[in-house]
Design a protein around this ligand. Structure first.
Ligand SMILES: N[C@@H](CCC(=O)N[C@@H](CS)C(=O)NCC(=O)O)C(=O)O
Length: 317
C-alpha cells in the first residue's frame, strides 16, 4: 500500500482485520461526483461536469467492484464517452499493474505501470491501498471517485444525455427496495465471500460462511418467475448480485472456501445469471480467465499459485 505517497513493499494481501480475525475492507477516499452541470453530488465537491472524452475508468476484470462500473458503462451506452484501462489479473508486489496479459491493457491515459501511480498523481501524499475501480478526470488530472457504489450510481444519471441508453438503473419508485436489497447483500454476500476467504480465525470464517449461504438461500426464490429483481431490466441490485454470482463457482467456492453449495446448485440464481449474461454488453465485462487467475494467485491463500482447470463453465452458464 501507499504510505504518505510512497509505495511500501510490506503489503498486506488481506487488507485489515478486526480483533476476531475478520476481514475489514478499506473505506474509499475519493468521493466526488460527475453531474450533468458540474454541481456537487451527494458527497465531495463540484467541478466534475459530464463531458465527452473527459473521464476514464481504471478497472480489473477480476474485481467484482470494478465490474459493477463496467456493466453500468455498457448498460448506459457510455462506451464512447468514458474510456477504460484494464490491469493484469495478478496483484504484484507493487499492486495492480498494466501490461500485455491477454485482456489487460496499457495505461493509455497516464502512461503509468502501476495503479498506485494514479493515486499519487491525484494525491502525492496518499496513504492507503491503490484499489480499483477508479474514475479519473483527464482534464483536472485527478481521481473523481474510487467507490464503485458511487460510480455505478453516477453512471446512471450523472452523464445526462451523453448516455445512449435511457435504461434506469435506480428507478425512483423502487429505490427503497433497491437500497434495502443492496444493504442486505453487501455485508452477507458481496463482501461476505471476502470475509470467508480472508478470515484468519475459524470463528470469523464460519460466521462469514453462514452469512454467504443464508443470503443465497434468501435471494434464490426472489429471482424466480421474473426476469430481474425490481424491473423488467437490470437495476443496480441485479448488477451488484450478478458480479458476485458470476465469480462464485470459478473462485469463491474454491479459493474462498465457500463450498456448501455451488451457484449451479441454485436453479433460479443460475438462470438469473444466464439472463444477465444475455443482456447486451454484459458478457463482454466478464473475463473468467482473469477471475480464476487473479483469485488463485493470492499467495497467502494459494502459495503454489496453481489455477484449477475446472469448472466446466459451459455446464454452469
Ligand atoms: N470500496 C471499493 C473496494 C474496491 C476494492 O477493494 N478493490 C480491490 C480489488 S477487488 C483492490 O483493488 N484491491 C487492491 C488492494 O487491496 O491492494 C469499491 O467498491 O470500489
Amino acid at each position: 500500500m501507499l504510505v504518505n505517497g510512497k509505495w511500501t513493499e510490506d503489503w498486506q494481501p488481506v487488507q485489515a482485520k478486526d480483533e476476531k480475525g475478520g476481514f475489514v475492507r478499506q473505506v474509499s477516499s475519493f468521493r466526488n461526483w460527475v453531474t450533468p452541470d458540474g454541481s456537487a453530488g451527494p458527497t465531495g465537491e463540484g467541478g466534475f461536469k459530464a463531458e465527452p472524452d473527459r473521464y476514464h475508468l481504471y478497472v480489473a476484470y477480476i474485481c467484482p467492484w470494478a465490474s459493477r462500473t463496467l456493466i453500468g458503462r455498457k448498460l448506459k451506452g457510455l462506451e464512447e464517452v468514458i474510456s477504460v484501462s484494464v490491469v493484469e489479473p495478478v496483484l504484484t508486489k507493487q499492486g495492480w499493474r498494466f501490461g500485455d496479459y491477454p485482456g489487460a491493457t496499457q495505461d493509455h491515459v497516464n502512461g503509468t505501470t502501476y495503479m498506485h501511480e494514479i493515486y499519487t498523481r491525484a494525491a502525492p501524499e496518499f496513504t492507503g491501498r491503490a484499489t480499483v475501480p477508479v474514475l479519473w478526470d483527464k482534464q483536472a488530472q485527478t481521481i473523481v471517485n474510487n467507490e464503485s457504489a458511487d460510480i455505478l450510481r453516477m453512471l446512471n444519471s450523472g452523464f445526462g444525455n451523453l448516455a445512449k441508453h435511457s435504461i434506469d438503473l435506480y428507478p425512483a419508485e423502487r429505490r427503497v427496495e433497491i437500497d434495502a436489497f443492496n444493504d442486505r447483500i453487501y455485508p452477507a454476500l458481496n463482501n461476505g465471500v471476502y470475509r470467508a476467504g480472508f478470515a484468519t480465525t475459524q470463528i470469523a470464517y464460519e460466521e462469514a460462511f453462514a452469512d454467504v449461504f443464508s443470503c443465497l438461500d434468501w435471494v434464490e426464490p426472489q429471482v424466480e418467475g421474473r426476469p430481474f429483481l425490481f424491473a423488467d431490466h437490470p437495476t443496480e441490485s441485479d448488477i451488484r448480485l450478478f458480479v458476485t454470482l458470476v465469480r462464485f463457482d470459478a473462485a469463491y467456492h474454491g479459493i474462498f472456501k465457500c463450498n456448501l453449495r455451488r451457484l449451479s446448485d441454485y436453479a433460479n440464481l443460475r438462470a438469473f445469471c444466464r439472463r444477465m449474461l444475455d443482456w447486451p454488453g454484459i458478457a463482454e465485462t466478464v473475463n473468467l480467465d482473469h477471475i480464476k487467475r487473479g483469485y488463485y494467485s493470492v499467495e497467502s491463500l494459494n502459495p503454489t499459485k496453481i489455477v484449477p482447470a475446472g469448472p466446466d463453465f459451459s455446464e454452469i452458464f
